[in-house]
Design a protein around this ligand. Structure first.
Ligand code: C5P
Length: 238
């Protein structure tokens, strides 16, 4: 059954899903790799569509897969699918251009964070709604972090108390994200980086362990385990 998005919602979610995912090993584009029998993108979109504030979802798919991704997502939720670009930033820009008039909050969410709970989508959106122009979900860094040189010699130890690991969805006032993309130069790995360059303060909210980025084969195995456990607890869908 297709999940209906909320026509009165104020949130558009952009899902860059056009990457190759070489770190997962050879195979299909990463967003289409299977997790518990379904593509990562299906898991991600299902949870986005379950967040009550979401009005629109725009997916940037690999150019060769646009039609296949439309067919794949049609039973899950009403989603707009556009061709992605060579860089993540281009894929986000293509998705942003397809957002209809209406939603004032735009979230950018990696398809690779397939188990992100709807509650995290809502908490990022709520922080933007409350007045923060840019919001990122973060986790504390648990490992000791060293800075090294090109020969793997340690240059120093970074104070981890001041560090945060950044997840998605990242949330923005729509006009702020549009201005940052219009002014964008070098490709960055996240959208908050673009608005930081514009001098916009970026606010952190608590992230979720379940929003892990599925990048390497180990992450896929962990995500399979989390899903199997969740059959009992159902925490991933709320
Ligand atoms: O490569 P990385 O894991 O950083 O990609 C993060 C997200 O950006 C993934 O969901 C990937 O599909 C997406 N991406 C994209 N277009 C690209 C490269 C990456 O949509 N050209």
């Amino acid at each position: 059954m297709t999940a209906q998005l909320n026509p009165r919602g104020d949130v558009a979610v952009l899902v860059p899903a056009a990457g190759a995912g070489v770190r997962l090993g050879p195979g299909r584009p990463k967003a289409l790799r299977l997790l518990a029998g379904e593509p990562l993108l299906v898991h991600a979109v299902r949870r986005l569509a379950a967040a009550a504030s979401v009005h629109t979802i725009v997916v940037a798919a690999p150019i060769a897969e646009v039609a296949a991704v439309r067919d794949l997502l049609a039973p899950i939720a009403p989603v707009t699918v556009v061709p992605g670009g060579a860089e993540r930033q281009e894929s986000v820009a293509a998705a942003l251009a397809a957002v209809p008039v209406g939603p004032d909050i735009v979230l950018v969410h990696d398809a690779a964070r397939a188990l992100t709970p709807p509650a995290l989508v809502e908490s990022v959106a709520a922080a933007v709604r409350s007045g923060h122009d840019a919001v990122i979900p973060v986790l504390p860094v648990v490992d000791t972090i060293k800075e090294v040189d090109a020969d793997e010699l340690v240059l120093g130890t970074v104070d981890r108390r001041a560090l945060r690991a950044v997840q998605t969805p990242q949330g923005f006032r729509r006009s702020v994200l549009a201005a940052a993309h219009a002014a964008a130069g070098d490709a960055l790995t996240d959208d908050a980086g673009l608005v930081e360059k514009q001098g916009v303060p970026v606010f952190c909210v608590p992230g979720s362990d379940h929003a892990l980025k599925i990048t390497r084969p180990f992450d896929l195995a962990l995500a399979e385990h989390l899903l199997a456990t969740d059959l009992r607890t159902r925490t991933l869908d709320s």
